[in-house]
Design a protein around this ligand. Sequence first.
Ligand code: GLN
Length: 194
Amino acid sequence: APRAGVLALQGDVREHLRVLEQLGADAVPVRTPTALASVDALVIPGGESSVIDKLSRTFGLREPVRARIAAGMPVYGTCAGLILLADRITDGAPGQQTFGGIDVTVQRNAFGAQVESFETDLSVATLGDPPVHAAFIRAPRVTEAGPGVEVLASLEDGSVVAVRQGRLVGTAFHPEMTGEHRFHALLLSMLRDR
Ligand code: GLN
């Protein structure tokens, strides 16, 4: 079975481990460089991106994660995970950094206090039918995307909320909370294609 890690510094780690297990992967929480070296693919969960950023440096994981991304490891980031995969962010916490890898600008907390959380059905061309039932929780959005970035989904107001660049996929929403497994399956399928 493919060995798929979930970056386990902060956030909804267990839900992602469960989805990966249900898809037949050997699912591993990643808190150390040794654990990172043992996985073939990585999920970066939702949570608080500034905290995950800080802890990644405390745990000595920042440079190893960046190196694996540069070496072509498939990575899927949800919500805070999308923020951490973005090359550029706006409305970051003071000093906040990202791993980068996807040539996008991501605005944190883009939907503001008036709609902190909402759910909607999104059509995602690469996934086909049925549409994705997506939960947005203090979600970011992609405000600029470079030419190498494929937009996978947008809201009706035009906000880009799912992107892919090579083996990196990011969504502003949380499929692991609504029984949606197709993004994780896409991540694992990149291992079979290598
Ligand atoms: N607002 C959070 C952040 O900036 C992301 C929220 C989430 O992951 N659900 O990191």
